[in-house]
Design a protein around this ligand. Sequence first.
Ligand code: BGC
Length: 715
Amino acid sequence: MKRIHELMGAMTLAEKLGQLTMTAAGYTVTGPVIAGDSTESIRDGTIGNLLNLVGPGPVHEMQRLAVEESRLGIPLLIGLDIIHGHRSLFPIPLGEAAVFDPQVWALTAREAAREAAADGLAMSFAPMLDVSRDPRWGRTAEGPGEDPWLGTLIARAKVQGFQGEDLSAADALAAVAKHFCAYGPVEGGREYAAVDISERTLREVHLPGFAAAVAAGVVAVMPSFTDLAGTPMTAHVDLLRHYLRGQLGFDGVIVSDYNAIAELLRHGVAADLPEAAALALAAGVDIDMMSDAYRRGLPVALERGLVTIAQIDESVLRVLTLKQRLGLFDDPYRRGATAERPEALAQRRQLARSVAARAVVLLKNDGDTLPLRPAQRRVGLVGPLADAPGEMRGPWWAAGVAEGHVGVLQGLREVLDGTEIVFAPGVEIEGDDRSGIAAAVELCGRIDVLVLCLGEGATMSGEAASRADPGLPGQQRALVEATVAAARSRGVPVIAIVFSGRPLLVSWLAERVDALLAAWFLGCEAGRALADILGGRVSPSGRTPISWPRVVGQIPVYYAQRPTGRPADAKDKFTSKYLDVANDPLYPFGHGLGYGRFTLANLRVSPERVGEHETIEIAVDVANEGAHAAEETVFLFTHDKVASVTRPLLELKGFGKITLSPGQAGTVRIRLPASELRFLGPDLTPVFEPGEVEILVGPRADRSQLLLGRVVLST
Ligand code: BGC
C-alpha cells in the first residue's frame, strides 16, 4: 500500500486519468497492431490499461514502455474477452451451463486463465452472468441461461477458476463479472435496448449471480450498456454505489463497457463528455473503456465543479490496488514469461473434448435412433454445419483460430471406425442458393442413416446478434424437407444436430426427425465430441439450461413462472392460455435425454419439519432400465404454496447426478439448507415464513414428471 500511496502522491492529474483509461490495442486475431496514439500515451503515462492485445511479445513490449519508459513506471493492466477459452475453445457458456457441474465450470475457466495468462493477459472480461429468458437476445449464448440459482453456481465457479487461489500467480486472471445488471431482459430481445423490469424481478432474478460473484471474491465488475428503468447502468449510483459497493461490499474495480461512458450522451442523460464522465465517476466507474471520456472530460468536469479530485483518487487507488493484487508491480512480465508445455495443451484438448460431449443435449431420440448401430455403415452427413470447423468456435472466440477446430465431418471420419461418411453441404448457412440440395437428396439414396448438421452461423449469436425470429436461416428448411422425404422413402432414420447460441425455434424440425441434438457451439473438439456421442462412446448427459419455445410469441417462456388466478384449463375459456399454441415450451428447462432409461421412485424428505438453520435431506432412488450405462441428473425444485407474496410455481434449489450401468440402481441425495427457502417478502427483504413447501424432484422442469414431497418450515 505504501508504494501505491507514494505513487499517488507523485501523480499528475493526467497520469491519474491515464490509470482510469483503457484503450484497445487494435489487436486482431492474426496479430497485434498498436493503435497510433497508444504507444506514445503509454510512454507518457496517460494510458494505463489496454484491451485486445495478445501474445507475450507484444504484451511485454507494451509493458516495457509503461514500466521502463514512463515517468512513474506503473505497469499496464491488459485484458481480453476470454468467454469460453482463449486459444483452446470450450463450449460457449450457454452450452457449458448444460453440463450442470460446478467442477467443470471452474476447471475450464482455470484452463482458459492458464492459456490467456501465458499469452501475457491479466484480465478476462468474463464471466457473463446475465440471466436470459429471451432467445431473441444474441448474448444468451454468453450466459448461464434462464435460471438465477444456476447462475450463482456458475458465477462462483468461474470466478474461482479464472482467479485461482492466488491472484498474483503467473496463471491467474482478474475476472470481470458482467454485465451488471439485468442486460438479459432488453425489450423485445433487441440488443442494447432499454430494460424495464420490476424491483422484485431485478432482485430475485438478475442480481443473485453478481452477489455470488462478489462473495466469491471477483475483483472487477462491468456495468451493462443498457438503461434500466430510466437510468443507464453506467451512471447508476443506486445499483453501483449503494448496492454493489455498499450492500455487497464490493471493493474491486468497475470497468465500463466499450464506449459506454460516451454513450451516456445518446442515452440523453449527459449534454457533453465532461457531464458523462462526471456521471460515471459519481456512480463509481473506475476505468473508462474506449470512450476517452475520463481523459478528455474529467479535467473540464473538475473545473465546472462536477467532480472532485477525491473522487478521482478513489478510483485511481482501486485501479492501482488491483494491479498490485495481480502482482503486476512485483513483476509485470510474469504472465507470459514461460511458454506452456505441449502436454498441457494436449490435456486441455482432452478436457475440451469431454466437456463438449457433456454439453450436448439430446432433445429427442425416438425409437432409440441413437447411438448409431454397427450395421449402419454408411452415414450421410448433410448440411451447412457439417464441415464448418471455424463455426464450431461460436461467438467470442478470443484467440481461437479456425484452423485448430475439428468439425463434424473430420470428427466422424476420425472416430467412427468402420463407418463410411458421405457428405454433401446442401445449402449455405444463410442465403438463397438451393442448387446443392439435389446432391444431398441423391446422397440419401445410398446411406443407412442421415445426419443433418443445421443451425446458425457462429456470429449469428453473441453481441449485436439479436434475431426477431430465431429459426434455421437461409434455405435450411428446404434442405431438410427434401432430404427427410428422400430418407423416409427408403426407411432411413434421420438425426438432426442443431448448432446455435440460443434455443432455436425448431418445432417443425423436431416433428420431422427421429433424433434431435442441441450442440450449441462446442469449441475446438466439437467434431470428435459429437462423434463420441453419435457412436455411443459417451451417453449424452447435457440438460438444457433454458426453455426451447415453440413459437416466438411465447417468449418469454421459462419454467419459474409465477401463478395466475386462472391457471390454464382447456375446458374453460377464461383461463390463462393461448388460443393457438400450448403454454408450455417445446422442451423445458432441464430437459435432456441419454442412452440410459431412468426411473425415479421413493422420494424421501427428512425431517418433516425444519427451522431456518437446519438442513433438509432429500433422497430418491434411481434405476437404469435401459441398455446403456449413462448419467442421470436429478433436479430439486421447490414451491412455497402459500406465502406473503406469490412464489414461482417451481424454483430450482439443487441437483444431483448418478451414473448407472444397465440394470443398476442407486440413490441420489441432495442437501437443502432450509435458509435457501427464504425469499424476498413484500418489502423486498428476505423472510423465512412458516408453512408447507413442496419438494419436487425429477428429470426436468415439468411438474407432471416430478415426484412430490413436502416439508414444513417452522420458526
Ligand atoms: C462487450 C463486452 C466486452 C467489451 C470488450 C463490449 O462490446 O459488451 O462484453 O467485454 O466489448 O471487448
